[in-house]
Design a protein around this ligand. Structure first.
Ligand code: PGA
Ligand code: ZN
Length: 425
């Protein structure tokens, strides 16, 4: 059903880290409004679409987004208003053409992604469908069965997301054995509470990192994993495939330089880094490792994939940046076996669906993700369900901007109980 947009507006709001971002509103022909909040990352990959920031040191330390707001109200509104848009793909293609750059830096990937996501909500509204059902009708998701993904709760934060000594950015718990999303969310919250109690008992601080996980002053990643296994058990769950598994996003760009990897005060070569992961996979119930090596460490990625690709999900984030062409090349090169999917990393809904299609066609997994800077917008919950990918990460089971997405999954499942829950492989 074609979309008629009568106004496009944006305003500078705050994200969950007290940085400016955009709230985008499109007004439709029937007078209703569709809206979205734009996420933003801290540990960004080199090839990401570029958000437009004002760089005015007098405002928000240069982080203001008034230029991106002006792009929505100006050039983008001029493009969209007064025409009838037959499809999401046509809106997104027109946005890319209007910007005219490969990385969307002219109008800003933040402006473009907000408009693209709001347009997806507009098409859903016109069709009278919830967003996940409307997305599922798009040609790029043809033949894909919706699925409620396993939530990957990021409960220990380090790296660029916390001020502690942990080099690794994210330690996640994934209730893969839960019978439903409601029970998975319950497990996440109960393990989170058990973890808080254990940290408290050990005299460790229970302050939070950017994604709502605790940020204890541990130095070794193995100690964080041991703590999580303890917390899983003390909450009454089994660590493993029939209960709760672990996942990690070390975001290795953040502790890698020409001398190698710095973990807990030690310097490791790529091979030694892979040894370390292998040891952890043998000792702990780890199911997924994202960005285990740095984005430009091709030899490291090859070794990691050769040694662990048959055992766990190896997700490329900073190297693939949700870019269909880059993921396709990674598949051809045998790098990783899954891709992280972040809508703002590539900048439109259509290109995100293309990235998901490349993963499906290449036999790669896909892992839908939030950013460290978020709003209460829950778009990615619907995207994850529609994509059928079976796995979603959107932070801790705490803080409004994180639980908004998990709660949306619970609501979708409640209203549409026939959609299955769980991993696809
Ligand atoms: P970011 O981190 O949103 O700060 O980039 C998330 C991730 O690395 O997956
Ligand atoms: Zn990542």
């Amino acid at each position: 059903m074609a979309l008629t947009i009568t106004a496009a507006d944006a305003v500078e709001i705050l994200d969950s880290r007290a940085r400016p971002t955009l709230w985008v509103t499109l007004t439709l022909a029937d007078g209703s409004m569709v809206e979205t909040g734009v996420p933003a990352g801290a540990s960004t990959g080199g090839g990401e679409a570029v958000e437009l920031r004002d760089h005015d040191p007098q405002r928000f330390g240069g982080q203001g987004v008034l230029g991106a707001v002006a792009a929505v109200r100006g050039e983008i509104a001029e493009l969209l208003v007064g025409r009838t848009w037959p499809s999401q793909a046509e809106v997104d293609d027109a946005l890319c053409a209007l910007d005219g750059t490969d990385d969307k830096h002219r109008l800003g990937a933040n402006a473009i992604v907000g408009v693209s996501m709001a347009a997806a909500r507009g098409f859903a509204h016109q069709a009278g469908l919830p967003l996940y059902r409307s997305l599922a009708t798009l040609p790029l998701l043809d033949g894909v069965a919706p699925r409620i993904p396993v939530p990957h709760f990021n409960v220990v934060n380090g790296g660029a997301h916390a001020q502690n000594a942990l080099a690794f950015q994210e330690f996640m718990i994934a209730p893969v054995g839960a019978p439903s999303i409601a029970e998975a969310v319950r497990a996440g919250a109960e393990v989170y509470a058990a973890l808080r109690a254990r940290l408290h008992a050990a005299g460790m601080p229970t302050g939070l990192g950017d994604e709502g996980g605790f940020a204890p002053d541990l130095t070794e990643p193995e100690d964080a994993c041991a703590l999580l296994v303890d917390a899983i058990e003390s909450a009454g769950y089994r660590p493993g495939p029939d209960g709760v598994m672990l996942a990690m996003d070390p975001a290795a760009n953040g502790f890698h330089d020409a001398q190698g990897y710095s973990v807990g005060g030690r310097r490791l070569s790529s091979s030694e880094m892979v040894d370390r992961y292998q040891g952890m996979v043998e000792r702990f119930p780890i199911r997924l490792l994202e960005d285990g090596v740095a984005e430009d460490d091709d030899a490291g990625w090859r070794e990691l994939t050769a040694r662990l690709g048959g055992r766990i999900e190896l997700v490329g984030d900073d190297n693939f940046t949700t870019n269909p062409a880059v993921i396709r090349q990674g598949i051809a090169d045998g790098i990783a076996n899954a891709a992280l999917i972040k809508v703002n990393q590539i900048g439109t809904v259509t290109q995100t669906l293309e990235a998901l299609a490349v993963c499906r066609q290449g036999g790669y997994g896909a892992f839908v993700s939030h950013r460290s800077g978020e709003t209460p917008d829950d778009f990615i919950a619907d995207l994850a369900v529609a994509s059928g990918c079976g796995q979603l990460k959107t932070g801790a089971p705490a803080r409004g901007e994180r639980v908004a997405k998990y709660n949306r999954l619970v609501l979708i499942s409640h209203r549409d109980p026939q959609i299955p829950y769980g991993l696809t492989r």
